[in-house]
Design a protein. Structure first.
Length: 458
């Protein structure tokens, strides 16, 4: 089997179990002998127990055993990445050893928009980080235009013949970004990776992926961009950070994007320990809408009695009267269902959306299209969904699920459009929390910084 075989080339950038290779045993042995393929154990024995080579898991509770027909023993396997196929102690993982160059694209960017002064400055910092293969945090407020900031750097990488991956924790965001990237880079092959996508695992010059799907890739990307680095599940799952490290080439750039870095990262930026491009203003130059706090009493008891707090209901009725779309965030699914039922008595077009909702994508699209006046939701839609002219309220803002990050992101749904830069952000609560106060302070501080840098129109 030739090193230049199209089949070998088709495996580039992946690390997969040997039994899944589309070759005969003899061909695989030949490729291993000449060095075009490399083979390693799927699980490695450690002093603590086992470590999975694919996902990096070494927690003993995530390993189990089964009678294996392949090796004839009681075989250990990793449960952490089982959704990608079983990796057991007799699994042999194989990857292509050579580096296959990608095509260079002259002037790949077809986007005709313009960047604000703050965006332009950040875009140049990202471009330099990419060309110099460095790590950089882009800390940009919600609605700053983070995607457009990336375009010059991605274009420069594609001109060099480098492969670029933008990964994000949520499928919704991948789906929303795909048409924008196809429009911006029309001549560049784009692969979209998420569960159920026909393109997942395909190596292209430009890849949009959920962070989970990066477990399929190995040492293939010259530029790795992690969007919403603070978002669940990436922020709490070491496996996903490991997947990113394995998908990147050893010499590569790593760009983090977020509007809400952790407090530890914020301190690192302030102390100069972490390089960051900070954008405290939106592209349209208007200040971020600042949330107001409004006490609504024991709203959970009211729900149990089949009623909403009067001021919450009044807020909803006012939006319907004004024909202004709105999000109403609630902490949990059972509360979402109760609130949705009550509000549908007022307007049957109101719907509720949560992570397990079967018609989630259809409801979100209907909201975007304007046929749904108000969407009741959990934090699943705290980020990634943009509608030009909306107001936002949180019912039960004191709940533990509403962290500083979540509340800042929720407030960031409002005023994103230059045509509608203002809007109402209301936190209905049964007692103020530290996270609520921190979120309010975060937004005010960004506005003050933007004002000092002359980035606001007013």
């Amino acid at each position: 089997m030739s090193v230049s075989s199209p089949l070998i080339a088709s495996l580039y950038g992946q690390r997969i179990p040997r039994e899944q290779l589309p070759f005969s045993h003899a061909d695989i042995e030949t490729a291993l002998r000449v060095g075009s393929l490399h083979e390693q154990s799927g699980l490695i024995k450690t002093p603590r127990g086992w470590r999975c080579v694919r996902c990096g898991n070494d927690e003993r509770s995530w390993f189990a055993s089964f009678p294996c027909a392949r090796c004839g023993t009681n075989c250990c396997y990793c449960r952490k990445c089982l959704m990608m196929g079983r990796i057991s102690s007799c699994t042999r993982l194989v990857h292509v050893t050579m580096s296959l160059p990608s095509e260079r694209y002259a002037v790949p960017l077809a986007w005709n928009g313009t960047l604000s002064a703050a965006q332009e400055e950040a875009a140049m910092e990202v471009k330099q980080a990419v060309l110099n293969r460095r790590e950089l945090l882009v800390w940009a407020v919600c609605g700053a235009g983070k995607t457009e900031i990336l375009f010059p750097a991605i274009a420069a990488a594609l001109e060099e013949g480098w492969r670029v991956c933008l990964a994000t924790p949520r499928i919704d965001v991948v789906r929303e970004l795909a048409p924008r990237f196809r429009q911006a880079f029309p001549r560049v092959p784009l692969a979209v990776w998420y569960g159920g996508s026909e393109e997942r695992g395909q190596i292209a010059p430009l890849v949009l992926s959920t962070t989970h799907q990066l477990l399929r890739a190995y040492r293939v990307f010259d530029v790795m961009i992690i969007d919403e680095v603070d978002a669940f599940p990436y922020s709490v799952e070491p496996m996903l950070e490991y997947a990113v490290s394995q998908a990147r080439k050893e010499q590569s750039s790593l760009i983090y994007l977020t509007a809400t870095p952790s407090r530890a990262w914020q301190l690192d930026v302030q102390c100069g320990k972490r390089q960051a491009a900070v954008i405290p203003a939106r592209y349209h130059g208007h200040p971020l809408p600042v949330p107001s706090f409004e006490w609504c009493g024991n709203w959970r008891k009211r729900l149990e009695r089949g009623r909403l707090p009067e001021n919450v209901l009044a807020w909803v009725l006012r939006r319907l009267e004004q024909r202004k779309q709105a999000f109403l965030f609630v902490p949990h699914i059972d509360e979402l269902e109760a609130v949705t039922r009550l509000l549908q008595r007022v307007d049957a077009r109101i719907v509720g959306v949560h992570a397990e909702a079967p018609a989630r994508a259809e409801y979100v699209q209907a909201f975007r299209d304007g046929s749904v006046p108000l969407l009741v939701t959990t934090t699943i839609l705290e980020r990634g969904v943009t509608v030009p002219n909306i107001d936002v309220a949180v019912l039960g803002a004191e709940d533990r699920i509403f962290t500083e990050s979540a509340l800042v992101q929720i407030a960031g749904r409002v005023g994103r459009s230059a045509a509608f830069p203002d809007g109402d952000v209301r936190f209905f609560h049964h007692g103020k929390t530290t996270e609520m106060v921190r979120a309010h302070r975060h937004i005010v501080r960004m506005n003050e910084t933007a004002q000092k840098r002359g980035l606001l129109h007013r």
